[in-house]
Write a protein that binds this ligand. Structure first.
Ligand code: SAH
Ligand code: SF4
Ligand code: F3S
Length: 565
């Protein structure tokens, strides 16, 4: 019975149909309810500012706000960013929106009029960190007697806790979820009259496609580009579908335009971002191609969209913008790696041959409880297929230990998977139960914290040991390194190889493309001979300046990163 009810509710969620019985309201109905409320509120006339002068020269004017709630000019904003790369990119979007409205960015706390905290809700630990930061900001706000300081909470924790955030933390003035950043100028303006302001509406189509992000770190040689938002996968442990809403893709042309603009600014590496980038689908575009079927052994709980341009098409277009621009992407889901995607990665030198294939667990029973849609065997088959199609491919993963009901034997299957697959990078997490998720409703968080911690340490031990071996095998090989800057501790030159591993080397005058000699600077591609290896860093000797196309010319893909000599 319970099962039928859940399927019924899930089906409403997926089809976005309202149902009073299960108290699910579709986006349409939610909007209608809001419309009703608006009808009872002030009329359009109340919002029209009588004086119809052109836009004020000093302060930004939002036409539907009363003059008294006008945003004071040149307010200084301090950004605090937590969570994943999507949050970094979202912060650039927020900054772009606010900059246009006349706000100023500051990196000095003492100068700030507004603190905007971009938050994460993925695990309890992530939220604890943010609560500590809020403790600090509350004290700060109290002490700042000379001016009014506002605090805004943005992102996933804002979406998860909604109004409760303000109830729990009175110092908070604004709460804005991931789909309401366009509304921030209005929300901040409302706080000027002492109100708190909340907008946590999730959208079915917001992709901020027309907002050109303004990077907080303009000097960086790499940038992030969000290509999609939300997630439909509903893995049972995960809060993301509840904080980021339904999956939607940004149109191809706006992504390609952004890559081009970044290339013009001298950016050398872009990472395409989404929760599940390989299920990308620009349905605004018709395609002649037939839809590819899901890889054998993989399934989803939702109905996949049909038609449109897919991830392979996007990779094709994005990698063609500039052959010197390195392209990475994350996160991917193992279910969406059809041959066209693997093929294009193997063919294009500037598509990094590092695939993120988050396994989450090595036990089929746990994967089933996690609702990942594949078994251990299907995952291992995929790994083999990927290795055959892209020789020398690097692999990365995410793993969770201590998920509901995980036995010692099931955990050992995770360890054995990590022994079996050579992961170059792994993100390893102890399970953290999140309210609202299916696991919260259906399972018991019954693995004691101490056991989770102990399993986490065992995963870390395997990972570090194996990475050390993998990295030592690179000694003597030459890697293409994109220089990022200077390592803080050692003062040496720091860059990344194709597998996103840190490579450090001493500054030296090395042969340049024009036959002269010069030192390495950020944005340069340098051929570096690896001479030392630790589990997370390689050390090398710089050989010569090069370009991406030059370095990979005449090389077999398998040897792309590691030519001897
Ligand atoms: N969409 C991406 C990333 C999601 S969040 C993906 O599917 O790969 C990043 C990682 O956090 C997940 O891959 C998972 O390993 C981990 N994670 C998610 N929810 C978690 C939870 N409740 N407890 C512990 N780790 C979690
Ligand atoms: Fe979470 Fe799964 Fe979606 Fe990743 S794919 S964001 S783990 S629900
Ligand atoms: Fe955290 Fe939201 Fe990213 S929960 S991991 S900031 S999508």
């Amino acid at each position: 019975m319970m099962f039928i009810r859940r399927v019924h509710r899930l089906s409403n969620l997926i089809t976005n149909k309202s149902c009073k019985k299960c108290r699910f309201y579709s986006d349409y109905d939610r909007v209608t309810t809001i419309k009703e409320k608006i009808k009872q509120g002030p009329s359009l006339k109340d919002f029209l500012v009588e004086n119809s002068e052109p836009i004020l020269t000093e302060s930004p004017r939002i036409p539907y706000l009363l003059e008294k709630s006008k945003i004071p000019t040149r307010r200084k904003v301090f950004f605090d960013v937590y969570g994943c790369q999507m949050n970094l990119n979202d912060t650039d979007i927020v900054w772009s929106i606010l900059k246009k409205e006349g706000f100023i960015k500051t990196d000095i706390e003492e100068e700030a009029d507004i603190f905007l905290v971009m938050t994460c809700a993925i695990r309890e630990g992530a939220e604890t960190k943010i609560w500590h930061r809020l403790d600090h900001l509350r004290g700060y706000k109290r002490r700042a007697k000379d001016r009014s300081v506002k605090i805004g909470i943005l992102g996933c924790m804002a979406e998860r806790l909604k109004e409760k955030l303000i109830e729990k933390e009175k110092a908070v003035d604004v709460v804005a979820g991931p789909d309401s950043y366009r509304d921030l100028p209005r929300l901040l303006a409302l706080t000027e009259s002492g109100q708190t302001a909340v907008n946590v509406l999730l959208s079915l189509d917001e992709t901020y496609a027309d907002v050109v992000p303004v990077r907080l770190n303009q000097d960086s040689v790499s940038a992030f580009i969000s290509i999609m938002r939300g997630c439909d996968n509903m893995c049972t442990y995960c809060i993301v579908p509840f904080t980021r809403g339904r999956e939607r893709s940004r149109p191809v042309h706006s992504i390609v335009d952004e890559v081009r603009q970044l290339a013009d600014q001298g950016v050398k590496e872009v990472t395409l971002l989404g929760q599940n980038v390989n299920s990308y689908r620009d349905v605004s575009q018709a395609t002649e191609k037939f839809d590819t079927h899901m890889v054998k052994g993989f399934k989803t709980v939702y109905k996949t969209k049909k038609g449109g341009l897919r991830f392979a098409d996007l990779l094709d277009k994005v990698s063609a913008v500039d052959p010197e621009m390195r392209i990475r992407f994350t996160a991917a889901h193992p279910k969406d790696f059809p041959d066209e995607v693997l093929q294009i990665i193997s063919e294009r030198p500037n598509l990094c041959k590092l695939l993120h294939l988050p396994a989450q667990s090595g036990s089929s029973a746990v994967l089933d409880r996690m609702r990942r849609g594949y078994s251990r065997e299907a995952y291992l088959d995929l790994i083999q297929h990927v290795k055959n199609t892209i020789p020398g491919v690097g692999l990365s993963t995410d793993m969770i230990c201590g998920f509901c009901g995980e036995t010692e034997e099931e955990f050992q299957e995770t360890i054995s998977l990590m022994e079996l697959v050579d992961y170059n990078i792994a993100f390893l997490f102890p399970y953290s139960m999140r309210e609202k998720t299916t696991a919260y409703r259906r399972y018991k968080d019954d693995v004691p914290e101490l056991i989770k911690k102990e399993r986490h340490n065992r995963m870390l031990e395997v990972y570090r040991r194996k990475c050390q071996v993998l990295n030592e095998a690179e000694i003597g090989n030459t890697h293409l390194v994109l220089v990022e800057g200077t390592a803080k501790k050692s003062g040496k030159i720091l860059g990344r190889n194709e597998f996103y591993l840190r490579v450090i080397f001493d500054q030296a005058d090395i042969l340049a493309e024009d036959g002269g000699r010069r030192q390495a600077k950020p944005g340069d591609y340098v051929a570096v001979k690896i001479v030392g290896a630790r589990s997370a860093t390689l050390t090398g000797v710089p050989l010569y300046h090069t370009t991406l196309s030059e370095f990979y010319r005449d090389r077999q893909w398998g040897a792309a990163r590691c030519l001897n000599g």
